[in-house]
Design a protein around this ligand. Sequence first.
Ligand SMILES: Cc1cc2nc3c(=O)[nH]c(=O)nc-3n(C[C@H](O)[C@H](O)[C@H](O)COP(=O)(O)OP(=O)(O)OC[C@H]3O[C@@H](n4cnc5c(N)ncnc54)[C@H](O)[C@@H]3O)c2cc1C
Length: 369
Amino acid sequence: MERIPDFAVVGAGINGLLVARSLLQQGVSVTLLDKGEVARESSWAGGGIVSPLYPWRYAPAITALANWAQDYYPFLARELLEETGLDVELSNSGLLMLDAQDKEIALAWATSEQREMEEWRPEKIYLTERELAEKFNHALWMPRVDNVRNPRLCRALLASLSKMPGFTLLTNTEVDSLQADRAGICSLVIRDVRTGKMERLKAGTIALTVGAWTQELLKPLCLNADIKPVKGQMLLYKLAKPLIKSIVLFEGKYLIPRLDGHLLVGSTLEHVGFDKTVTDIARESLRDAAVTMVPALSSLRPVKQWAGLRPGSEGGVPMIGRAERFENLYLNAGHFRNGLVLAPASARLLTELMLGRETFIDPLPYRPR
Ligand SMILES: Cc1cc2nc3c(=O)[nH]c(=O)nc-3n(C[C@H](O)[C@H](O)[C@H](O)COP(=O)(O)OP(=O)(O)OC[C@H]3O[C@@H](n4cnc5c(N)ncnc54)[C@H](O)[C@@H]3O)c2cc1C
């Protein structure tokens, strides 16, 4: 007899992994599917800053998720270490934002949201970060901001899921389409990417966590999620000795120091569809931004460049909740530039909605539009 899982989670990026984990923790069965391997798309490509950049510039709906998730990350990292032995290298580097124009608004936001933020004069900046170019007039410092090795985080989440009863993983399994019956109950038509074989998969409830690909799957159901791929390119340097201690942000570009001596430079924002090729133009613009912040980088060559596709959405507010007209179809997508930071809160909210529980924050701002 066909075994129908309680939940099918489509897309094994950070959002799918965390949704699957929080469901399994409730004792239900979950099948997680991905058209490729686990977390090889945006969740692998991202920088892993556990904060929105210039967080005061975002809607309260993003702040609500980010505040909860930022406070939760240290617990998540500890739990994963205990469960799997894998260290996700959550590092409390802090975030130093140089010459932000709207610092009064930023400071007022930090007070009202009870997020630690200090204004630094040049003396303090250069006492702390000696390798920065001597051209900055002021900075905003958020000491509680972390960064995480996101590929490791996803590996640890997979290791955690693999130990949980009720978990099934189907990689190289693409959801070709969603089909709905007259009662609005959806099932999945899946395709084995290697053999081309198609079959139908039923599940009690379906959660779509397919990031930039959300619109592709929803279109045949006449649903419009308005989520578009936004390409981001990154550079990686290998340093002989650390040049900076904090995440440094200037005019939208950032440097992230990793604990293993690597330094990441991010990122571009490109509206070029599903194209993930890396370009010379992006490499030069990221190098220029990096050298503008830390001149010592001018003598080094990046060791790696890559690109990922962010799930771009209006204002970056993700859609979390049931898709209108369909009884068992839920969305958790559109996290744009903040998917890594928001994912734990977003998974919690979706799980509570799918299980019909009281939610820890107001779900209205995220309701699929
Ligand atoms: C350069 C860059 C820097 C970033 N930096 C940060 C940062 O510092 N901090 C931060 O919070 N966020 C950052 N982000 C954003 C963050 O990476 C994303 O918001 C987040 O990873 C989205 O996660 P996701 O799980 O929704 O999507 P994804 O990680 O893209 O996962 C979606 C999954 O769905 C699968 N899929 C798609 N279609 C199908 C289908 N039909 N059938 C089966 N599977 C399917 C894909 O294969 C993929 O594995 C960055 C992104 C980029 C590109």
